[in-house]
Design a protein. Structure first.
Length: 412
């Protein structure tokens, strides 16, 4: 047997060169194999389209020791659409209005004409494009991108659309949303359903009677408004059924003390309609509230040619019956848009924890510093300043009641 040390110097050098060339050839083949694998797609149904690739994009495993002083190769592909949308959604919900506008302008990557989504259902949508309404289909890839929402397109979205070559239109991309009004989906929680996007005003409609005013639902919507950065207005409708003025004043005073704007309206009598119309001027508004509170009737009073469906309250259970079945964005003559949404009997607060809840009840926070325990829940702990304030009449019982009901359903 012949060893390298026994070979003539010239022969040994040729053997070493041959080994280096062989190693380089093998390394090139392995890198080529990795590159080829990265180009293949594996499809396994909706939401499972993904590239087959290495966890990282480096060739360090195939480098010789004398090559390790070079900078390693980092990501050679741009961040994919899934990551980009998640990043933008997160940034949008945590920035102010000016920063949101910059996020919108910087995040657009697709090409096409920009339009406003005025209705959406499944993979079909109607888009306002250059003053004309066009029917669009939603590009299938949008349903595969994980955003945390079950519907890829919602009313109020700004969409990029292109022609499909058959006299039709396709939504290619949804631009980053400035605000999102959403609720947890009943069957696919923790995923949420987007009710409306890019709204800057939340009109919370509650009837004074028939159905009776539901303060807990109003308080839930106020929490939602604070979390999403949407300005709220409380609208107490059907005041023509009011019989006790003092009762009304006592009911709305806690919200006035919080600095909330409260409108007093009657769609049938025309009370407060002019004031409401001015409040909606040049705004994009989501109209929310329990079924039967008169949301559609109010909008028809503001602008009669909207021709919205209205219905009567059930005589069996005293609750409203659904007449609006899906959100629709409507253009107002005074400027702006309103999203007439279906009546919602339950409105969950997805993602909110118990420890965060008091941050959205400023009237409770005002007394919390006096509690014995710094992490007091204000529910059962002794020496709780919030409970003492309620007993003393300094904290409205209705607000403390809403806080307790919401706290009970939230996670730690």
């Amino acid at each position: 047997m012949t060893f390298k040390k026994d070979l003539p110097p010239e022969h040994a050098r040729k053997v070493q060169d041959h080994q280096k060339n062989t190693a380089k050839g093998q390394r090139r083949k392995q890198l080529a194999k990795e590159s080829e694998a990265s180009k293949r797609f594996r499809r396994g149904g909706r939401g499972r389209r993904r590239r087959v690739r290495r966890k990282d994009w480096t060739d360090e495993a195939f480098r010789n020791e004398d090559e390790l002083n070079h900078d390693t190769l980092e990501r050679v592909m741009s961040r994919d659409e899934h990551d980009r949308r998640r990043e933008v959604e997160k940034a949008v919900l945590q920035t102010d209005s000016h920063q949101r506008q910059q996020a919108v302008s910087n995040a657009t990557t697709a090409t096409g004409q920009q339009g406003l989504v005025i209705s959406a259902a499944g993979l079909k949508a109607r888009v306002l494009l250059d003053g004309a309404e066009v029917d669009c289909t939603v590009r299938g890839i949008l349903t595969e991108i994980e955003t945390g929402f079950i519907n890829p397109v919602a009313v109020g979205d700004q969409a990029l659309v292109t022609e499909d070559g058959a006299n039709g239109w396709v939504i290619e991309e949804i631009l980053p949303r400035q605000t999102i009004l959403a609720r947890p989906d009943s069957f696919l929680a923790p995923k949420q359903q987007v009710i409306a996007a890019n709204v800057d005003l939340l009109l919370i409609v509650s009837a004074w009677w028939n159905p009776a005013i539901w303060l807990e639902l109003i308080d839930r919507y106020l929490v939602v408004a604070q979390r999403t950065g949407i300005e709220p207005i409380i609208c107490v409708n059907k005041v023509d059924l009011l019989t006790d003025e003092e009762d009304y004043e006592e009911t709305v005073q806690p919200y006035l003390n919080l600095g909330q704007r409260v409108l007093r309206t009657s769609a049938t009598e025309g009370v407060g309609v002019d004031e409401l119309r001015e409040a909606l001027r040049d705004r994009t508004t989501a109209v929310v509230g329990l079924s039967g509170t008169g949301k559609s009737s109010l909008l028809s009073a503001v602008q009669p040619d909207l021709k919205l469906r209205t219905g009567e309250v059930s005589g069996i259970n005293g609750q409203g019956q659904h007449t609006t079945t899906q959100s629709t964005l409507l253009k107002l003559d005074v400027g702006g848009y309103v999203a007439d949404t279906p009546g919602i009997k339950e409105f969950g607060l997805g993602g909110l924890t118990r420890i965060e809840l008091q941050d959205y009840f400023p009237d409770i926070m005002a007394f919390a510093s006096g509690c014995r325990f710094s992490n007091c829940s204000h529910i059962t702990e002794p020496d709780c300043a919030v409970q003492e304030a309620e007993l003393a009449g300094l904290l409205p019982e209705s607000r403390a009641h809403s806080y307790g009901l919401i706290w009970e359903e939230l996670s730690e």
